[in-house]
Design a binder for this molecule. Structure first.
Ligand code: HEM
Length: 131
């Protein structure tokens, strides 16, 4: 078995993203939520996610977007975010080790918390008119 190393190249990012989303799609809780929204646009979604993590972890600025907006209307709650993080952390720990690997987990957890609270807020307030 080859030794684990850190996430250092675009190929490493692609391995992480491909492995993670293969597992997400096979997961009985998360798979249907993703497939319902993404439909036949998986190649595009994966390409966006390569660029997102390339930007965050490698400092190569290939992603521009507003991910919060894409999540706000998803039919998900705390259990979905817990599952997402469990699969993400397990995938990282199996494939990589090092500073960037730790940063990826830290960043994902922060974003999960942010998305989860935005979604809760949206659910509670969607009956109100947006001024
Ligand atoms: C319950 C957990 C989650 C679900 C179900 C989910 C689902 C989705 C879906 C369906 C899309 C595609 C949206 C579209 O193209 O219309 C998307 C995009 C994205 N997600 Fe998530 N997501 C989750 C958690 C996270 C977390 C924790 C992160 C943090 C790294 C994240 C980062 C992103 C990014 C960067 C995009 C691309 C947004 C863009 O198009 O610019 N997601 N997500």
């Amino acid at each position: 078995m080859t030794e684990k190393h850190d996430i250092l190249t675009l190929d490493d990012v692609k391995l992480l993203v491909d492995t993670f989303y293969t597992r997400v799609r096979a997961d009985e809780l998360l798979g249907p939520v993703f497939d319902e929204r993404i439909q036949d646009r998986w190649p595009i979604h994966l390409d966006i996610m390569y660029r997102f993590w390339q930007t965050v972890l490698l400092g190569e600025l290939t992603y521009q977007g507003a991910p919060g907006q894409k999540h706000i209307t998803l039919p998900v709650g705390a259990e979905h975010f817990e599952r997402w993080l469990l699969i993400f952390f397990t995938t990282i720990d199996e494939l990589f080790e090092g500073e960037k690997a730790a940063e990826a987990k830290w960043r994902a957890e922060k974003m999960a918390d942010m998305f989860a609270s935005k979604i809760e807020y949206y659910k509670k307030n969607q009956h109100r008119a947006i001024l």
